[in-house]
Design a binder for this molecule. Sequence first.
Ligand code: SGN
Ligand code: CA
Length: 515
Amino acid sequence: MKFIKRLFFVLVVHFGIYATIQAQHKKATVKKPNIIVIVSDDHAFQAISAYGNKLVQTPSIDRIAKEGAIFNKAYVTNSICGPSRAVILTGKYSHINGFKDNVSADFDHNQDNFAKHLQAGGYQTAWIGKLHLGSKLQGFDYYSVVPGQGQYYNPDFIGIDGKTTRKEGYITNIIEDDAEQWLDSRDTSKPFCLVVGHKATHRTWLPDTTDMGRYDQVQFPLPANFYDDYKNREAARLQDMSIDKTMLMGYDLKMLSYSKNGEGAVNRMNPAQRAKFDAYYQPIEADLKTRNLSGKALVEWKYQRYMKDYMNTAAALDRNIGRMLNYLDQHHLTENTLVIYLSDQGFYLGEHGWFDKRFMYEESFRTPMVMRYPGVIKPGTRSDNFVMNLDIAPTLLEAAKLKVPLEMQGKSILRPFKDKTVKGRDVMFYHYYENGEHSVSPHFGIRTKRYKLIRFYKKVEGWELYDLQNDPREMNNIYGKKGYDEITRKLVKELDSQINKFGDKEAREILDHRR
Ligand code: SGN
Ligand code: CA
């Protein structure tokens, strides 16, 4: 009897432990994932080794791709900084969230955004680094953002208390330091969503002192269309973003003898930083003086300097992304954290002879995007789905198992990974508005798997059509050419229905009355 009693007791205890473990396990499996979104600025997919560039190394971005997915067809709805971040925050096109360009409006933080939903759903939320949408965020428990574009050296940050603090050092390292400090101090009983907003690789591509010279041994090949003649492409002809004419020797390329009063970004360096800057750039300038370059030789010299500064600046970006991945490893957070890396848009690295972005042509319309989500995304996934910055907000809400508001215009990127029958989009709608710096005419259009139709307005009035299969570099505008009537009609109809779908009244007006 005693034995049976004891056996019964042991069984009850064991069952109790078993049930508790089961319950804990269940709790663990429904545990909401942590979220880290790293948004860089102007980082081109052409500058990332995972996207095929063999001349550069981006091991950390590549690691996210290897352990998760790389998106070969990730795009933005409006290729410029503030507007892209407004789309990321709200999951809505610029004409709905109200922030169409960097100059004419303030972003309305009273509107809905993904962080407000995550916060209400039990997440701790933070945005650290560049935002470029003012400094009064909503939906974030913590934030520390740089004013406007921010400064590479000894940058200022505006905190949640409204105070501005100057921090000594190089911006990309400081942003990662702050992000890790926030992670260290968070309430570990709750899931978190942290957005790390980097300034790199924005103009004027000023590298960390430790990276100056990193890519000096590399001779970057000129893109095939570097010497574009812009034939049949009026908006492309009228831009002011060429390496030849727009890129400045002093301001952009740091050849300080070309700048009367020095350069603000350099003048704010402390003596130690400045000494390293001079030690690197002065010999380059001395060498330039001995060469007496002009014409193509000078443009190509500018291109090489641009590429070196750009890649050297990107080196710190990748290194600090690596620090974040290590942090997650060391704190046993890797398995339960969704990590997304993307840029606010793509960038020209000499294609069409350009730097900057804005155009609906591939290099700036596309953006790099990689995503790691253990248990949901199979390592080594390569996705050719059309995904957009518009999809980030719904993706985060879906990952957090929260309802995606109907007003959000994007779709969760995770759906096709969870359900193979879910089909991605066939068409993407784009609308760029800013009519100012760099002289790019406003335009809107669509891209299908094969074609791109663009309607320029305001500065240039006219259409462009590209067959991306035969003309991936978008050099041959076939709009109005013989034999393309049928496909043009189809594409205009598709554009019409996209405009309806997203409720873009401005585009509607142009399509209806100025066709
Ligand atoms: C600044 C830059 C431009 C850049 C815009 C938009 N000029 O105005 O070259 O196109 O930002 O960039 S600079 O003289 O300030 O460097 S964005 O990243 O905000 O979209
Ligand atoms: Ca940008």
